[in-house]
Write a protein that binds this ligand. Sequence first.
Ligand code: MN
Length: 250
Amino acid sequence: MRILVCNDDGITARGLRALVEVAQEFGEVVVVAPDRPQSGMGHAISIGVPLRLYPSREFGDIPAWACSGTPADCVKLATGVLGERPDLLLSGINHGANFSISVFYSGTLSAAIEGAFEGIPSIGFSLLNYSMEADFTAAQAIVREILLLQAGQPFPAHVPLNVNIPNLPLPEIQGIRITRQAKGRFVEQFEERIDPYGQPYYWMVGRFESQDTDTDTDLWALEKGYVSVCPLLIDLTAHSYLHHWEMIRR
Ligand code: MN
């Protein structure tokens, strides 16, 4: 099995190294990751600027490239320039959570979604710890468990999986739940500061506010100490609402 490993925290991130370590137990690994942190880039792609790929020795003998673009660019260059046709795409392990509407902002998931566009079974992994010094030991065991399941019965290629792992030691992780995205929003605060030229600038900090108390959500699972596995749809069409606009058809 050929496995493409990407992320959004950049090629030197410890979460990427943790994912590569597990991935190489399952197949031939190739890494294409951004040359700098690209968190919160969503599904951005680079248009009108040069894209560069630098061979990297970050993972010893494992072929690896640092890419000057976004996570989605990494997948595009891996398939379009390097000619990779992986059997599986793994993204992460992200330093930080990606539940609910975070899917829209997440670079980690955009790499997985881009893989799904290409018909590659794709999984994004996130650990609920933003620290660059986070301990990925338990997360690696969960990744291994999910890859074993995937090896037994390959997951649908057009349904990328969003896996979030609670920041707990392995014995305290309660199990794995299949979930849906919790309803909620981010409440942002902007701290204003003044730059050396006297101009204001802003630091954005957000806090997630849940609008969902159901027990089948990613948020609920993570709060209760479960791993959340949320299958994503690429099609954002509001199928069940199409009839609301039927009157404008002509
Ligand atoms: Mn990130």
